[in-house]
Ligand binder design. Structure first.
Ligand code: DOR
Length: 425
């Protein structure tokens, strides 16, 4: 089976490559990248479009096992393919949590049976994500995890976190930290500040995140482990990461599209799709995140795709769950908010949504377009415009804060391992 992509702009941040060229795919691999390839193959004319390495989202919640009413590996990977993602890293805050070899095997087996893109699981740091007893990290790594995380909650005990980092270093995987001091954030539903005061909603101070960012950087320095900070949101967190990187501590960080796009003012509408953890912050914080992305302090964009049902979200703000879906809108949000506004180049965006995420998880040789490499490819139409509506989504849930927004720059063809998994051209 051969596929030929004709006349697109091939962009590969791994070698700073950007040229109009044809790409030939054969047997799931990239066979040739050159001008004017003439070959009998299933041909797509992609003139005027961008051809890049398949996007990689290292922070998604697929909800299987346990909440298959919200999302499954089958539906979540279809949402991923539509969003241009060929690899997603699944968080272990399922029910039960993925905290054992059998849990990891279940994810990989289900993904092989029903997924349409690559699913790489994380294992929990602690059993049941209770923050007390470490999981069998080495055995889970052997079974296929790409990192460990108790995402959704913090490991409050610094001694436990230290040990987790020591083990993760031995197995050369990152510790992905959800930075939240649970005592400081307790009872909060939005960012603590002027807006929470006016609305009379309990706030979560930026310091709830920052004290844990500082702690985990200190522990990464102590242990030499690879620390990846999930969804950072504040100006001070960005500054802490910037300083840690200067001191050559092995820390990487991600920002989400919703924290780059919205501020806590959005909560004024009492739309529960403005309720996320960590919360939407101030304009000053949002600007600092953009600057962090621009100067390389923030390595990647990850969606934190967190499906919840309408019946759960359609509640008073205090009672709705935290989280929004993001796989299908991450790319257009970043293109609309950053590329079109000249805050970030297209090369940078592809780096932050493919090449860098691949480097952070490591070991899989993804995030680049090279001869002989796996044919995970995304074709993007930078000028395709859409108004997002609730029936736009193939995800099982539709809890998106971007409903009603006009976005531009969508994936129009997603190829996973040489197979077309999404097509809109
Ligand atoms: O908003 C969030 N939702 N933040 C998290 O950390 C967890 C996630 C979820 O699983 O719903």
């Amino acid at each position: 089976m051969k596929i030929l992509l004709k006349g697109g702009r091939v962009v590969d941040p791994s070698r700073n490559f950007s040229k109009v060229a044809d790409v030939l795919i054969e047997n799931g691999k990239i066979k040739k990248i050159a001008a004017d390839i003439n070959e009998k193959a299933r041909t797509f004319k992609v003139g005027g479009l961008v051809v890049c390495p398949g996007l990689i989202d290292i922070h998604v919640h697929l909800r299987e096992p346990g909440r298959e009413d919200e999302e499954t590996i089958a539906t979540g990977t279809r949402a991923a393919a539509k969003g241009g993602f060929t690899t997603v890293c699944a968080m272990p805050n399922t029910n039960p949590a993925v905290d054992s070899v059998s849990g990891v095997k279940y994810i990989l087996m289900t993904a092989a049976e029903s997924g349409i893109v690559r699913v790489l699981p994380y294992g929990a740091i602690t059993k049941g994500r209770r923050g007390e007893e470490l999981t069998e990290i080495g055995k889970m790594k052997k079974a296929g995890i790409v990192g460990i995380s108790d995402d959704g909650t913090s490991v409050m005990n610094a001694r436990v976190m230290r040990r987790a980092m020591e083990y993760s270093k031995m197995f050369d995987i990152p510790v992905v930290s959800h930075c939240e001091d649970l005592n400081l954030s307790a009872g909060g539903v939005m960012n603590e500040g002027r807006t929470s005061t006016i609305l009379g909603l309990r706030g979560i101070p930026p310091q709830a995140e920052e004290v844990m960012v500082a702690r985990d950087i200190a522990l990464a320095e102590l242990t030499g482990a690879r620390l990846h900070l999930a969804h950072i949101t504040t100006k001070r967190s960005v500054a802490l990461v910037r300083e840690a990187k200067k001191r050559k501590i092995k820390v990487t960080a991600e920002a989400t599209p919703h924290h780059l796009f919205f501020t806590d003012k959005f909560v004024e509408e009492y739309n529960t799709n403005a309720k996320v953890n960590p919360p939407l912050r101030s304009e000053e914080d949002r600007v600092a995140l953009m600057e962090g992305l621009r100067d390389g302090t923030i390595d990647c964009v990850a969606s934190d795709h967190a499906p919840h049902l309408d019946t759960e979200k359609n509640k008073e703000f205090d009672f709705a769950p935290f989280g929004v879906i993001g796989l299908e809108t991450a790319l257009p949000v970043v293109i609309t908010a950053l590329v079109k506004k000249k805050k970030l180049s297209l090369m940078d965006v592809i780096s932050k949504m493919s090449t860098r995420p691949a480097e952070i998880i490591g070991g899989h040789d993804l995030g680049k377009l090279v001869i002989g490499g796996v044919a995970d490819i995304t074709v993007i139409d930078l000028n395709k415009k859409k108004k997002i509506t609730s029936d736009f989504f193939v995800s099982k849930s539709a809890n998106s804060p971007f409903i009603g927004k006009n976005l531009s720059g969508f994936a129009v063809l997603t190829i996973f391992g040489g197979k077309v998994v999404f097509r809109d051209l």
